[in-house]
Design a protein around this ligand. Structure first.
Ligand SMILES: Cc1ncc(COP(=O)(O)O)c(C=O)c1O
Length: 411
């Protein structure tokens, strides 16, 4: 292991020397240990889901404070399992085809589609433009007798009062799924996001709080729910759930299913990175503070941008740094983002903007009444985000980044 790790480290050092300025979404977050642990799995020739996946699940559940964690091949797959668990006949009081669920219009594609694919009917609600998340009051107002579930998306490491939303959900008998794909490690009132609802889902895709390339996790506290998602992850099989002496019964399919299994290779990378999550979190928070301070203290600062508010009870684990362009400069947005891109500052929309404006919504006719979501639209129109890196940012990098951001005045 050490020889392999040293070799990889030497190779990394060679690559790093060639670096030039650029501000990508994620800097080089992989350590030699991440890569060597994956290579060890390859060398063992047991690359399919196995002991390392189990270990990662165990460590993840322990850290996050949920009874069960199940690794899958993506955050989207985690949402797929959560959605199909809600309508599964093995679940007591499961939902029925056509039941209504609430979802914010500022969401990701696969926050929405798994629920629709499971036969549930979306009712879109708007977010708060200052926090990017659903306000509890709006959540409460939107619940009717038809509402049976809610998909809450914690946007870019931030959240609203999830404690109150959970209380409202419980009172109204709703199943709550927390799409925490962008917020691994954020805590609300000292409880990790993803552990408030019936299911919490996480993504380990590139530039997320940790990354294994592809990968995801789903957590829950209910044993029956765990058995359902466990069987559905792999073909509806009960393998790994029951210890049986009779081998003939080894091919026992107790449920409908998918194949959403991760590889032990990705589990090894995920587990190795997971050990550094607290460090990543701290560094990202510090980098965010430094960038914001330098930007707002610059002599050229003229309120060109606004930034989002964090709830006072949140200890955030930031994904990126969302930025809203102020109205005076809005006509330059496209030119400005192209300019940043040319200067090697990578940007992304905030999630995918107002999802109601996406062609797929038209394709499936999910906005029959042509509802307008003012705040989500405003976030789409004004917003973008840049990355927050897992290594401390140097002052000369900050200066260069800030100069580029503030050149919105001149372009
Ligand atoms: C809110 C949200 N949900 C779900 C996903 C899907 O995760 P994955 O890319 O791992 O499938 C993403 C991806 O970025 C996301 O931002």
């Amino acid at each position: 292991m050490t020889i392999l790790k040293d070799l990889i480290q030497k190779r990394f050092n060679k690559i790093e020397k060639k670096n030039y300025f650029g501000y990508p979404l994620l800097d080089d977050a992989f350590s030699a240990e991440d890569i060597s642990s994956a290579m060890e799995v390859l060398l063992s020739k047991k690359i399919t889901m196995g002991e390392i996946t189990n270990e990662f699940e165990y460590e993840f559940a322990n850290y996050i404070g949920s009874k069960y964690a199940l690794m899958v091949n993506s955050g989207s797959s985690a949402n797929l399992l959560a959605a199909f668990a809600l309508v599964n006949p093995l679940k007591k009081n499961h939902l029925k085809i056509g039941d209504e669920f609430l979802i914010q219009s500022l969401c990701w594609s696969t926050s929405l589609w798994p629920m629709v694919q499971a036969g549930l009917r979306p009712k879109f609600i708007d977010v708060n433009a200052r926090t990017l998340n659903i306000d509890p009051e709006e959540f409460f107002r939107s619940i009717t007798k038809k509402t049976k579930a809610a998909m809450i998306v914690h946007v870019l490491g931030n959240c609203s009062d999830i404690d109150l939303i959970t209380k409202i959900g419980k009172k109204k008998n709703l199943y709550l799924i927390e799409d925490t794909c962008e917020s691994l490690g954020s805590m609300f009132k000292n409880k990790y996001l993803g552990t408030f609802g019936s299911f919490g889902t996480f993504s380990f895709y590139y530039s997320h709080q940790i990354t294994s390339g592809e990968g995801g996790m789903i957590v829950c506290d209910n044993k029956k729910d765990y058995q359902i998602i466990h069987s559905m992850r792999a073909h509806g099989w009960d393998r790994g759930l029951n210890k049986r002496k009779n081998n003939r019964k080894d091919f026992n399919f107790i449920n409908a299913g998918f194949n959403l299994r991760p590889l032990d290779i990705t589990a090894a990378i995920g587990l190795s990175q997971f050990k550094r999550l607290n460090n990543f979190k701290k560094t990202r928070n510090e980098n965010r503070k430094k960038i914001l301070q330098s930007l707002q203290n610059s002599k050229n600062w003229n309120n060109q941008f606004s930034f989002i508010e964090k709830n006072k009870n949140l200890k955030p684990s930031w994904f990126g740094l969302p930025i809203l362009i102020n109205k005076k400069y809005l006509h330059k947005k496209e030119k400005f983002l192209n300019f940043l891109n040319e200067q090697k500052v990578e940007t992304r929309p905030i999630i995918s903007g107002n999802f109601l404006d996406q062609p797929s919504i038209k394709l499936f006719n999910l906005n029959k009444k042509n509802k307008i979501m003012r705040n989500s639209k405003e976030i789409s129109d004004r917003g973008f985000f840049i990355g927050l890196h897992t290594k401390p940012i140097y002052q000369n990098q900050i200066n260069k980044l800030i100069k580029l951001l503030l050149s919105i005045d001149e372009i």
